[in-house]
Design a protein around this ligand. Structure first.
Ligand SMILES: Nc1ncnc2c1ncn2[C@@H]1O[C@H](COP(=O)(O)OP(=O)(O)OP(=O)(O)O)[C@@H](O)[C@H]1O
Ligand SMILES: [Mg+2]
Length: 255
């Protein structure tokens, strides 16, 4: 872990849906150069917590978020925070690949156009090529950029969604079970990609796959029933957990 301040800090975060508490007093920080994995049984609040990091829960009418969440030291829930801008800086990749029903090119160009990141067609071409290259997809699609994004394979669609997130030059990328709809080969490609993206973006990834958490992350957070049971170096969590509940989960006793 570096000496620079964390990219994101979440302190004492509690989330309710109506009267139901889904996250209870969770504090986690994410460094600039690391991948943090969120693990835990279904329904323990991993997605809920992940979504607080770019205010995706704003779109859920019953959701109420308390606590303090900062990006580069700035409170992302402050009244002057531009949420559209925030979601470009903290991008998100979902469980099911969800390309727009538009061309491959347009899927990537859409965000940069909205945010005014390209001054010309050749600027935009450059952003599209660079984003697809970083997402490990350029070689496979460079001759069919006008084909529909939905015509790609599941694994390619997920890499297209990663390219789309990268295109607006984010600082943090949130991934909610990005491989759960993919076969093992496509999954391996995404994991490889996560390795390559590390350092350029801070990454938080929710996964049900323990081996995946061990392979891609430097630190792991174990959630159970809305609480953060343990957060530490991935190697420690998997080989030498401090909490009994963590040990039970990683040895497959429940979940
Ligand atoms: N929009 C919502 N409205 C009401 N309750 C919700 C909503 N979304 C999630 N919840 C509840 O909050 C709790 C945490 O859900 P969440 O989706 O964050 O869990 P999770 O750890 O991501 O689970 P999974 O591994 O199955 O994706 C659950 O009890 C869930 O039913
Ligand atoms: Mg979830």
């Amino acid at each position: 872990m570096s000496n620079t301040p964390p990219k994101m800090t979440a302190s004492h975060v509690t989330v309710h849906y109506g009267t139901k508490r889904a996250i209870d007093d969770v504090s986690i920080d994410i460094d600039q150069d690391e991948v943090v994995a969120f693990i835990g049984p279904s329904g323990c609040g991993k997605s809920t917590f992940l979504r607080t990091l770019n205010r995706m829960n704003d779109t859920v009418a019953s959701a109420r978020v308390e606590g303090d969440i900062r990006l580069d030291g700035h409170d992302i829930y402050a009244p002057d925070m531009d949420v559209v801008q925030l979601r470009a800086r903290v991008g998100m990749v979902f469980q099911k690949p969800n390309p727009f029903p538009k061309s491959i090119y347009e899927n990537v160009a859409y965000g940069p156009r909205i945010h005014g990141l390209a001054q010309s067609k050749s600027d935009m071409d450059g952003i599209v090529e660079r984003s697809l290259t970083r997402a490990g997809l350029w070689a496979e699609v460079k001759d069919r950029l006008s084909d529909s994004g939905t015509a790609l394979s599941g694994g390619q669609q997920q890499r297209l969604c990663i390219a789309r997130a990268i295109a607006v030059d984010p600082e943090v990328i949130l991934m909610d079970e990005p491989c759960s709809a993919l076969d093992p080969i496509a999954t391996a490609k995404i994991e490889e990609l996560i390795h390559e993206l590390r350092g350029r973006y801070a990454i938080a990834i929710v996964t049900h796959n323990m081996q995946q958490a061990a392979r891609v992350s430097q630190r792991t957070a174990f959630f159970h029933l809305g609480t953060l049971v343990e957060f530490g170096r991935t190697s420690d969590i998997f080989t030498n957990p401090r909490q009994e509940r963590t040990k039970d989960y990683i040895t497959g006793r429940y979940g």
